[in-house]
Design a protein around this ligand. Structure first.
Ligand code: SAH
Ligand code: SF4
Ligand code: F3S
Length: 386
């Protein structure tokens, strides 16, 4: 049996897909990189903006029209958010599996594969009717160490925590990935030691807010720094409310940790930051990056911005624009606000018109391109891979 997995969304999802691929391969399935020949087609989906969710649904709809008699599964964040609604949108769907149950995927698929290895069409029909769902246990961890499969033999993602407790008002992640859980330090260190022995020298630690790793992120970095064979350590994402001087010093003092910080700002307006529930002010953010730039030589500073959050005025937007002009990020990912069902912000009217969002988005993109073109961020830039 051949499995095809397509990933949408962030690095955490990429790591989850790799984990899922490993589970299937351990059971004897073959992983292939195009859907035509596949018996099983899985989409590991993202729900962070409406566009990401819709793209996965419509792409899957196209595949279903093109190729009959395959098992189609929606997995991950959008699966967790939409659950059974996905069967209504995609009548040919065989299974839906949320973020907390991905370790069960081969088991779920086996139910719709017959004993000779072919598709059990009768069961597939039943599965569709009974709506095979595995979305409940989003607070449970996944036994990541069970899968040793790694796509790349030079660099690897290592998930150090799952979920998020910050509940930024616009964000679906805490709802689709559950409460924050830190993996035990010995599991993480053993995994990285194993990777080091296999010659994987470049490690990226993953978490929605690595600074709130418990008990202590800076200590974890120090321990990883000691591991033989590891030469490069990167991590994402840092939350500005939890990043601190100890972290900056640890980055500066280590010759393995990449001099890169991704510190999402989201908005330069205090009023909007408060509505977003981000837990810091413009001033606090500016002080923080001032300290980071003082302590870390050659820091590459990157950020995320949302334009068009509910009630955002020209004045609020100009606060963001001016902050970006002054700060000159090495890179900024700029998004148009998209209301997500179930979040606090979705209770507010999405009142910034689409054309205004579009205009603000373009202004910031153009500014960032200009900063890049004129290389005026150069003096604070390192040569890391990002
Ligand atoms: N945990 C990380 C990443 C979250 S998702 C962090 O806190 O930075 C990545 C980015 O998507 C966010 O930083 C934010 O800029 C953007 N985003 C999240 N929800 C959004 C929404 N509803 N509309 C538009 N952009 C959103
Ligand atoms: Fe979402 Fe905020 Fe958590 Fe990031 S920190 S995942 S933006 S709730
Ligand atoms: Fe990542 Fe999208 Fe889920 S950004 S955590 S895949 S909602």
């Amino acid at each position: 049996m051949k499995v095809y997995i397509r990933t949408f969304g962030c690095q955490m999802n990429e790591r989850d897909s790799e984990f899922i691929a490993g589970l299937f391969m351990e059971k004897g399935y073959e992983l292939i990189d195009s859907p035509e020949e596949a018996d099983i087609v899985l989409f590991n989906t993202c729900s962070v903006r409406e566009h990401a969710e819709e793209r996965a649904i419509s792409n899957m709809g196209h595949l279903m029209k093109q190729y009959k008699n395959k098992i189609y599964g929606m997995v991950g964040c959008a699966a967790q958010a939409l659950k059974g609604k996905l069967f209504e949108r995609l009548p040919k769907l065989g299974l839906v599996c949320g973020t907390g149950e991905i370790a069960k995927l081969p088991e779920l698929v086996e139910k719709i594969v017959d004993s000779s290895g072919g598709l059990n069409l009768r069961y597939l029909e039943e599965a569709r009717k009974s709506k095979i769902l595995a979305c409940e246990n989003i607070d449970g961890d996944i036994p990541e160490l069970r899968s040793r499969y790694r796509e790349n033999n030079k660099r690897a993602y290592v998930s150090i925590m799952r979920g998020c407790d910050n509940f930024c008002s616009y964000c679906i992640v805490p709802y689709v990935r559950g409460r924050e859980r830190s993996r035990k330090i010995e599991y993480i260190l053993n995994e990285i030691k194993g990777l080091g022995k296999r010659g994987i020298k470049d490690i990226t630690l993953l978490g929605q807010n690595v600074n709130s790793y418990r008990p202590d992120f800076v200590n974890l970095l120090g321990e990883i720094n000691k591991i033989q064979g590891v030469e490069k350590i990167n991590f994402l994402t840092s939350h500005p409310k939890d990043a601190n001087i100890e972290l900056f010093k640890a980055i500066q003092d280590s010759d393995k940790i990449i001099k890169h910080l991704h510190l999402p700002l989201q908005s330069g307006s205090d009023r909007i930051l408060k509505l977003m529930n981000r837990g810091y002010t413009r001033e606090k953010y500016l002080n923080l990056i001032g300290e980071a730039r003082n302590i870390i030589q050659g820091l590459h500073l990157t950020t995320d911005i949302i334009v068009g959050f509910p009630t955002e005025t020209e004045e609020d937007f100009n606060d963001t624009l001016n902050l970006m002009k002054d700060t000159k990020f090495g890179m900024a990912y700029i998004f148009k606000y998209s209301p997500r069902t179930g979040t606090e912000a979705a209770k507010l009217a999405d009142d910034v018109p689409a054309d205004v969002k579009g205009k603000r988005h373009k202004i910031l993109l153009d500014l960032q391109r200009e900063i890049h073109k004129r290389k005026i961020y150069e003096k604070t830039r390192c040569h890391c891979v990002n």
